[in-house]
Design a protein around this ligand. Sequence first.
Ligand SMILES: C[S@@+](CC[C@H](N)C(=O)[O-])C[C@H]1O[C@@H](n2cnc3c(N)ncnc32)[C@H](O)[C@@H]1O
Length: 274
Amino acid sequence: MCQEGLRADAVVLDPMCGSGMVPGMAARRGMRSIGCDIDTLARLISGVNSKPVDPDAARAALGDLMKAAAATPPDRADLPWIDGCGETRKRLEFWFAPMQRDQLRRLFHQLVTKPLLAIDACSDVLKVAVSRLIVTKTPKASLAADTARSRPHRVLTENTFDVKQALPGSLDHVLRVIGSPDIPHPAEILAEDARDMAGVPDGAVDLIITSPPYLNAINYMRGHRLSLHWMGYTASDCRKMAGRCVGATAKACSTGGAGPLDETLDRLPLGDRR
Ligand SMILES: C[S@@+](CC[C@H](N)C(=O)[O-])C[C@H]1O[C@@H](n2cnc3c(N)ncnc32)[C@H](O)[C@@H]1O
């Protein structure tokens, strides 16, 4: 990112910031930056990517999280938004095998419903570390391949992947990507629709940089929802988010995005879907 010709206090905006490459890079260069996205997972990753994180505190929080998760009996690890929604629960039963469902349930029970103080301070970075094991190219925590490419398809029926064992390595990766904890002006990450931007005042921005969505070629929510469901978002919440995406079809908007057709496609082998 070239700062030539920009004031030192210039504000950079990416109105559809995805994983936050633009606000993250601007923040690391000492600039002020704003990132907007309607996808909650994109905002979570962007926030982690453009704010300072203390690596030692994050690793200590992961240790606390693992201990608390291990000490929670499965029948006490309630996740009300899943347990109370048949559609969300059935979807998770389809995409995750019992062992990983149990591990993720315990982790997100701690992360979402009753975060301990030390865990709460680092909860976003921990959520991203777990999410990296779900939204993947090849199956890890889920039974699906290509979740990261928004074309999840179930390629396994059984899974021995150990989420607990993989989590420290995933957190290390996130901390390496974030790099220096010195970020003078953490980016502001907003839940704004790029077509509206009511939360960004006129004249507040000096430079806009974006790579826009690929219209309906990529439906990010189809992959992201496998992670978002664990974090507190139901099937219906994710449909609403998908329906607000640039490129969502009129049909998808009226049903709120990934609906029965998507569900059917998900269950077909890749060759048949083409
Ligand atoms: C190609 S990715 C963004 C990449 C990012 N701009 C970059 O340059 O690194 C497109 C993003 O646009 C977001 N998006 C789609 N429709 C949107 C809307 N109406 N308002 C804000 N963000 C939207 C998607 O959720 C997705 O994260």
